[in-house]
Design a protein around this ligand. Sequence first.
Ligand code: THU
Length: 151
Amino acid sequence: MTETETATRLIAAAREAAAHAHAPYSRFAVGAALLMADGSLVTGANVENASYGLSLCAETVAIATASAAGRLRDVVAVGVIGGAMDPAGRATGVTPVSPCGRCRQVLNEAAQLGGRDLVVHCGAAEGDAIATYRLSELLPQAFGPADLGIG
Ligand code: THU
């Protein structure tokens, strides 16, 4: 699969995942899809909480799901989409979203563990726009396990 095909696959999966966002407070649905080393996908959507600050981002949920399956070291690439929800709860909008700062750090743990600089595809809820980065571009000079003398 070419990188463009992989990006399209990950963004499609992230859009499907966003359908399961629990985002009644922000009404901003986010979906994330992780490409694993064996070609399979792990997905997540944001999970908000009535105590707003406890909300979980889509990328963090996807990483936690991969970790719970013993697969944190197997993440290769990420796709993320997000957008304001319409009255039916579907994400809308044509502007690509990129992972928040906390999610970049969470993704970095998987990247370091697997020894890979993750490819991060940022898409929109609707439309074809995709911006592709390396995690090292999004989180330069990252703090990681090596700073703790590990790995
Ligand atoms: N959100 C994510 O899920 N991922 C990000 O990278 C940015 C923000 C969620 C958190 C909150 O539920 C909603 O988007 C609005 O900030």
